[in-house]
Design a protein around this ligand. Structure first.
Ligand SMILES: Nc1nc2c(c(=O)[nH]1)N[C@@H](CN(C=O)c1ccc(C(=O)N[C@@H](CCC(=O)O)C(=O)O)cc1)CN2
Length: 293
């Protein structure tokens, strides 16, 4: 068996084209959505991701506001920037790029954001809304990567109703919120959350119809442990050196999994582009709600 590809790049391109039209409808009503980003430090990955967010905004017609701060920025200065974006009327939504340097308390920063401007769905109020709302349509932003995983599967006509999903990784941006999203009544999956403290990962993998690998551990998911025909989303991102010493992006799933899975999202080219597209979707949806559309 060779797995079919969950093509995040092509899917994100189609979503961006749809969002461009929705931004034009907002513009006709005099509404211009604006995305702010705050980046602290110069980590090459984070700098690339933030650059991508501004490029995406330009592509679909969203205004963007960029705040770049040095690595040694104090928590107080960062809080002042967060408050500035809370008050800036041109910025209808914003994100603080994660991870933050170790001397800054991420929870304090996320809590200081205006939840109505939280384009990442990571403010505790918005995560709490995801916990509380099982049945009704969500009217608050969802974290971009979990939302991107669900959208990527839906756009390939993959129904998760009744499926056993194993999520590997318990981070706040993916692992923890994705279980909440997948167990909503409209998705109806049964979710197990595995992590570094899980005793026998192989026995969980053997039962999983769907695996969402978001641990950030290169090739930790072995093809031999997968249930034949499993659907695999390779979400984790690591940078490793290839045989020529060149840094390359690699996922959590070993390449041999392509011979066991029925569907697989490549990495790069799978969930990453969907994360980018879902950030734009959050900004547009929030502007539409504000405009009463
Ligand atoms: N505030 C946030 N911080 C972080 C988030 C987030 O959603 N909000 N997620 C990740 C980083 N991220 C977006 O910020 C992100 C990661 C990966 C990609 C992507 O398109 N990856 C490419 C490969 C890129 C490469 O070569 O490095 C792919 O998968 O094809 C986009 C966005 C952590 N921080």
């Amino acid at each position: 068996m060779t797995a079919q590809i969950l093509d995040g790049k092509a899917t994100a391109k189609a979503i961006k084209a749809e969002l461009t039209e929705r931004v034009a409808v907002l513009a006709a009503r005099g509404v211009t959505p604006g995305l702010g980003t705050i980046l602290v430090g110069s980590d090459p990955g984070s700098t690339w991701y933030v650059g991508g967010k501004h490029k995406d905004c330009a592509e679909v017609g969203i205004k963007s506001i960029r705040v770049d701060l040095p690595e040694d920025t104090t928590q107080e200065i960062l809080l002042a920037k967060v408050r500035e974006l809370n008050e800036n009327p041109e910025c209808t939504g914003y994100i603080v790029q994660l991870p933050l340097p170790k001397h800054i308390d991420q929870d304090v920063i996320l809590e200081a954001m205006d939840p109505a401007k939280d384009a990442d769905g990571l403010h505790p109020m918005n995560l709490g809304r995801l916990v509380a709302n099982v049945n009704r349509p969500m009217t608050s932003p969802l974290p971009c990567t979990p939302k991107g995983c669900v959208e990527l599967l839906a756009r390939h006509d993959i129904d998760l109703d009744g499926k056993n999903v194993l999520v590997v990784g318990r981070g706040v941006t993916i692992g923890r919120p994705i279980g909440l999203l997948l167990t909503r009544r409209d998705v109806n999956a049964t979710v197990t959350l595995a992590h570094t403290g899980t005793a026998d990962l192989a026995s969980h993998l053997a039962q999983a119809d769907v695996v969402i690998a978001a641990a950030g551990q290169p090739h930790m998911i072995k093809a031999k442990d997968l249930k034949p025909g499993a659907i695999v989303l390779d979400v984790g991102v690591s940078r490793v050196n290839d045989e020529n010493g060149k840094a390359v992006v690699t996922g959590d799933v070993e390449p041999a999994a392509y011979e066991v899975a029925s569907w697989i999202s490549p990495n790069p080219g799978g969930v990453g582009p969907m994360t980018r597209a879902m950030l734009l979707a959050n900004v547009v949806e929030s502007a539409e709600r504000a405009a009463g559309i």
